[in-house]
Design a protein around this ligand. Structure first.
Ligand SMILES: Nc1ncnc2c1ncn2[C@@H]1O[C@H](COP(=O)(O)OP(=O)(O)O)[C@@H](O)[C@H]1O
Ligand SMILES: [Mg+2]
Length: 289
């Protein structure tokens, strides 16, 4: 530490009212230290060194997050105000006007779903307790997911569902539905027309239970897999946006719904081979109906 010029300068300058932040410390250059010198007695000084690495990381994450949210909001807002200006200042034909209004509606909806996802994330984050142990009927949920998938697909995919509806989950129904339907809607949205989507629920009372969604879509190159659960991370930004994605779905499921249910998200995917997303629940959360 003594070799760092900024530290030597700090000591020599004797201006100890402010602390000194030294970054890139340690053998891997990954530590941040906050250093401050205090008068201790007549001729003594107390040097306090604090490891602020995690704090600095959290600050950086917060900055990134705010920048991301602002960026995500700015794009639809720019498009929307552009069209509004056109409608206001130009003498448009009714058909053209109608078209512009429709485009504005799309952007408005995009912002709405972004704000809704952010609010869900904020709600889940505020709640660090484990999920409740209420019985959640998988039979009802599976039927609902099938309807939802078919409505979203408009007959463009073959959707099948299989599962042992004799076993249900213990947890928070609203959260579980939001997690499952996120996986289903991803499969429908990223799988080209004519593809297959298989929704499955397998459970036995003694073992872990698993909800999974398999699709015959494009698959995901392995370098992206570890990053999929980061907020706003998308393999293909434009494809995600076109289909109404916010990049928050998996972040919401994994970080929160799964954690709160002591469950794990497993992703298997390779380019050209489709994807399989599964949430694995511990046996303590499975009951027979
Ligand atoms: N079934 C899937 N097939 C291919 N890519 C997927 C699939 N599910 C998720 N992805 C990729 O993971 C990214 C993150 O997913 P998600 O967090 O749900 O955000 P989004 O709102 O973009 O759907 C998506 O943008 C997409 O690139
Ligand atoms: Mg999604």
């Amino acid at each position: 530490m003594i070799r760092r010029p900024e530290f030597v300068r700090y000591l020599n300058d004797r201006l100890f009212d402010e602390p000194l932040l030294i970054e890139q410390m340690g053998s891997n250059s990954n530590l941040s230290l906050m250093i401050q010198v205090f008068p201790f007695s007549e001729n003594r000084r107390l040097l306090l060194a604090q490891d602020v690495t995690d704090l600095r990381k959290a600050e950086a994450m917060r900055r990134d997050f705010v920048a991301n949210v602002s960026h995500e909001m700015r794009t639809p807002l720019t498009v929307m105000t552009g069209f509004l200006e056109a409608v206001q200042t130009l003498d448009l034909e009714p058909a053209k006007k109608e078209e512009y209004l429709e485009l504005m509606m799309v952007q408005g909806k995009r912002m709405k779903s972004l704000v809704e996802d952010l609010l869900t994330l904020a709600n889940l984050e505020a709640n660090t307790q484990p999920a409740p142990q209420s019985k959640v009927s998988m039979q009802t949920i599976l039927a609902m997911l099938k309807n939802e998938a078919e409505a979203l697909s408009h007959g463009r995919h073959v959707i099948s569902i299989e599962g042992d509806a004799n076993y249900s989950l213990l947890g928070d129904e609203r959260e579980l539905i939001s997690a499952f339907s996120n996986l289903v809607s991803n499969a429908v949205r990223y799988t080209p027309d004519g593809g297959n989507i298989q929704i499955a629920w397998s459970a036995t009372p003694k073992n872990d239970a698993e909800f999974s969604v398999r699709d015959s879509g494009p698959g995901i190159p392995s370098e992206h897999l570890p990053r999929l659960t980061e907020r706003f991370y998308r393999v293909d930004r434009s494809r995600s946006r076109e289909t109404g994605g916010t990049g928050l779905g998996l972040a919401i499921i994994v970080k929160h719904v799964a954690t709160r249910h002591q469950a794990q998200l497993l992703i298997e995917s390779a380019p050209g081979e489709g994807s399989r997303f599964a949430i694995e629940f511990p046996s303590a959360r499975v009951v027979s109906i």
